[in-house]
Write a protein that binds this ligand. Structure first.
Ligand SMILES: *[C@@H]1O[C@H](CO)[C@@H](O)[C@H](O)[C@H]1NC(C)=O
Ligand SMILES: *[C@@H]1O[C@H](CO)[C@@H](O)[C@H](O)[C@H]1NC(C)=O
Ligand SMILES: *[C@@H]1O[C@H](CO)[C@@H](O)[C@H](O)[C@H]1NC(C)=O
Length: 377
């Protein structure tokens, strides 16, 4: 089997206790009470042994959250569904250590010089962003980043808001270096949808949150990819242009411990890395803006609406924060047979080359030759 990607894709964790922490701390009655209310709120149940272990971790997390919120930071933290887990545990069980392939991804995006609007929010432009979803206990963040970007692309091109099947990507996209619940990359998933000729809807291929057998039925495909746009490694300004002019953009970044408890404000970290081999979670940029002089991205996550700011977070923009500019891409949709011959230049001012090398090991239709495109300046 191929080495799996290290995308984190944290979900609603299935707790397996191991590696008990050192000496138990004596907890205050307030901490015990907090933990009980949190358990009710998150409908948690544990064995007696598990209860004490989780209570300890919870108390430590709660302390960190309170200390952080007293400090001078651009974002606030809060308890959420991850509060009974240590980050070491999350890392051991859910983070992969193999480097990503995203730095090897060739770019085909050449940006202009701007200027670009100071703020953009695709959620406010119309019905262009689907509802926040929840990946659950499966390392499938990359599938949600993928469907989110394609759902927006289809909505922008046709006015139709579809809900697309993450499970199809989990079950079927292995041929493109994706690894189901063990990770993957949006750019590789767009390639899969392109060469597979389509993706089904959530209704006909519902999300299960675990690896399964591929059940793709071509006649039930409802969304199609015409081309994949890979943004140049570390060119965050190109991400700004793409979000401003064309589409929400899928990207990956490195999640470190404090991010798990993010609640609101602009996330910023001094401890995360900026290199493409460290990114471990994929999400979707749906806009950007500036607050008190701090530029930020507006990002849709896939940890449900109770996490963060109604399922969204803001992250500092312009510094390649946590490597967020390492792995950005978005799809150009093809709206099925009726629009088969529609010229892509109606969407983006591209100059087309058909001379680029074709991926010989992959199926593609002769009337849809593989293209490399260059954005006209
Ligand atoms: C990266 O790409 C290479 C070549 O396609 C592949 O063999 C390898 O498994 C990929 N790595 C990951 C982590 O998917
Ligand atoms: C808080 O942080 C900001 C930005 O780092 C800094 O400009 C400001 O002086 C800090 N305020 C205090 C009270 O430390
Ligand atoms: C875009 O990225 C994907 C996956 O990383 C890759 O297969 C594809 O060849 C790239 N496209 C271009 C034009 O380089």
């Amino acid at each position: 089997m191929r080495a799996a990607l290290c995308l984190l894709c944290a979900g609603a964790w299935q707790l397996v206790s191991s590696g008990r922490a050192a000496a138990a701390l004596k907890l205050s009655s307030l901490e015990k009470f907090q933990f009980k209310s949190w358990m009710v709120q998150h409908q948690k149940e544990y064995s007696v042994k598990e209860y004490h272990h989780r209570q300890q971790i919870f108390a430590q997390n709660w302390k960190k959250i309170n200390a952080h919120n007293k400090g001078n930071h651009t974002f606030k933290m809060a308890l959420n569904q991850f509060s009974d887990m240590s980050f070491a545990e999350i890392k051991r069980k859910y983070l992969w250590s193999e480097p990503q392939n995203c730095s090897a991804t060739k770019s085909n995006y050449f940006r202009g010089t701007g200027p670009y609007p100071t703020s953009v929010d695709w959620r406010k432009k119309g019905k262009f962003v689907s509802a926040v979803k929840n990946q659950g206990a499966c390392g499938s963040c990359w599938t949600f980043s993928t469907t989110g970007a394609l759902e927006s692309a289809v909505a922008i091109a046709s006015g139709k808001m579809l809900s697309l099947a993450e499970q199809q990507l989990v079950d079927c996209a292995q041929g493109f270096n994706n690894h189901g619940c063990e990770g993957g990359l949006p750019s590789q998933a767009f390639e899969y949808i392109l060469y597979n000729k389509g993706i089904m809807g959530e209704d006909t291929y519902p999300y299960k949150g675990k690896d399964g057998r591929c059940r793709f039925q071509p006649q039930k495909a409802i969304a199609f990819v015409k081309d994949v746009v890979n943004i140049t490694l570390n060119d965050e300004e190109a991400m700004v242009e793409a979000v401003a002019l064309y589409n929400p953009v899928s990207f990956a970044f490195e999640v470190t411990e404090d991010f798990m408890s993010y609640k609101s404000g602009i996330y910023s970290s001094a401890s995360c890395h900026k290199t493409p081999d460290k990114v471990n979670h994929a999400v979707l940029a749906v806009g950007y803006g500036v607050n008190n002089g701090v530029p930020y991205w507006i990002v849709k996550n896939s940890w449900g609406t109770k996490w963060g700011n109604d399922g969204y977070f803001l992250i500092e923009r312009g510094k390649n924060m946590c490597g967020l500019a390492a792995c950005a891409s978005y799809p150009i949709p093809q709206e099925g047979e009726s629009l088969h011959h529609r010229h892509i230049t109606s969407h983006v001012p591209y100059l087309w080359f058909s001379t680029q090398s074709t991926p010989v090991d992959r199926e593609y239709s002769p009337e849809e030759p593989f293209h490399m495109c260059i954005l006209l300046q």
